[in-house]
Ligand binder design. Structure first.
Ligand SMILES: Nc1ncnc2c1ncn2[C@@H]1O[C@H](COP(=O)(O)OP(=O)(O)OP(=O)(O)O)[C@@H](O)[C@H]1O
Length: 363
């Protein structure tokens, strides 16, 4: 069986969902207020935190600039937050940009040449930078130098430009897409994992304090369980539950209020939303749990193939509810249990419905 642990999401579509991990406009305003400012305040990611703490302490003791840092992991796990903490721990200013914003090498040269000594340059979505900019970055990272090309064609000349030492913090959701020469130039790479429910509870309690919302232990646990391992989603759900508590109750959040609020928003106990449940529901009810081809499944739920594959499936796969196999999508026993359905009788070869079903629902 070919289990796929992809966590990539389609940025645009995911951002529109309450349980989407990408930031939406509403998040951006609040996130700044909720970001931890120091490494000690940053919840979870204990390995990355411990290792980064050493990198930063050592750099401070040497009175130098910290090594370049690469942070990889799914959206909303705290890469931007960590880059700001790196700058603050190094008492350095930070400049924030992203790969898609740097289309020409000249864009990058303009940023690099205006950096101050020790400054942190945060480059989000570093895997989406253009190739010429990427090549310029190699030299800047290694030698703190860039060649600025003046003129065009055969008369073009390269003018070397010295840069002050700086720390590049690159963030990527797809570390595998980075060319090895770029990856190798980072002194430290931290991989951000999804958060455990207890860690998300701490994030929620901290945010509730900052937002001045009364939340008890069980209320925080209820929200954490539906937050898909992601602090950004936890903070967003907390805000929606706060609204509900304010309008429908006395403003305080407990398990019952959190559960009722998130039921209104159609985020279930495991963090699945309407789209996830409709994909899973079709797989179980229409195709007996599969295997079924992606195209057939997409038509059945009335969604684009890409939406099912890139928006709904990664979380279903991660949760062990759906498997991508060479013969198509297959529901796991946990999927039947989650939707409260009984799987069909096991066939002689172990597949729900038996061998007669194989190949029935092609791509
Ligand atoms: N470890 C953490 N402790 C507390 N809050 C956190 C933590 N990680 C993230 N958050 C909160 O989650 C929100 C999203 O974090 P952040 O913007 O750093 O994620 P990101 O990984 O950079 O996302 P993207 O890849 O979409 O840019 C922020 O409001 C931040 O306060």
């Amino acid at each position: 069986m070919n289990w796929d642990d992809s966590t990539g999401t389609a940025p645009g579509e995911d951002a529109e969902r309450l349980v989407g991990a990408e930031a939406d406009g509403d998040d951006q305003a609040v996130e700044a207020a909720l970001r931890p400012k120091e490494l000690g305040e940053f919840v979870g990611q204990s390995k990355v935190r411990e290792q980064l703490d050493l990198v930063l302490k050592a750099a401070r003791q040497r009175g130098g600039t910290a090594d370049h840092v690469l942070l990889s992991g799914a959206p909303g796990l705290g890469k931007t937050t960590l880059s700001m903490i790196i700058a603050s721990e190094m008492s350095a200013p930070i400049r924030i940009t992203s790969g898609p914003a740097i289309q020409h090498a000249g864009d990058l040269a303009a940023i690099l040449s205006s950096l101050q000594e020790g400054e942190v340059l945060f480059l989000d979505e570093i895997h989406r930078m253009s190739r010429p900019a990427e090549e310029m970055l190699y030299m800047a990272m290694e030698d703190f130098r860039v060649d600025v090309i003046v003129g065009k064609g055969p008369g073009a000349t390269a003018i070397p430009l010295e840069l002050p030492p700086f720390t590049l913090v690159g963030a990527t959701t797809r570390a595998g897409l980075l060319p090895p020469p770029l990856r190798d130039r980072f002194g430290f790479t931290g991989h951000m994992e999804f958060y455990e429910p207890e860690e998300l509870e701490r994030v929620i309690h901290r945010s509730a304090r900052l937002l001045d919302v009364d939340t008890d232990e069980e209320g925080a646990a209820e929200i954490a369980g539906r937050s898909r391992g992601t602090p950004r989603i936890a903070n967003r759900l907390l805000r929606r539950v706060r609204d509900y508590a304010q309008v429908k109750a006395d403003g305080a959040i407990n398990r019952e209020i959190a559960g009722r609020a998130l039921d209104v928003y159609e985020v279930d106990a495991r963090g699945l939303d309407r789209l996830d449940r409709s994909v899973l529901g079709a797989l179980l009810k229409l195709f007996g749990g599969g295997p079924v081809g992606l195209s057939t499944l997409s038509v059945a739920v009335g969604e684009e193939r890409e939406t099912v594959e890139e928006v709904a499936e990664p979380f279903l796969v991660r949760e062990g509810l759906l498997a991508r196999t060479p013969r198509g999508r297959v529901a796991t026993p946990a999927a039947w249990a989650h939707l409260g359905l009984t799987p069909p009788q096991q066939g002689p070869h172990g597949t729900p419905g038996g061998p007669g079903q194989q190949g029935l629902f092609g791509a």
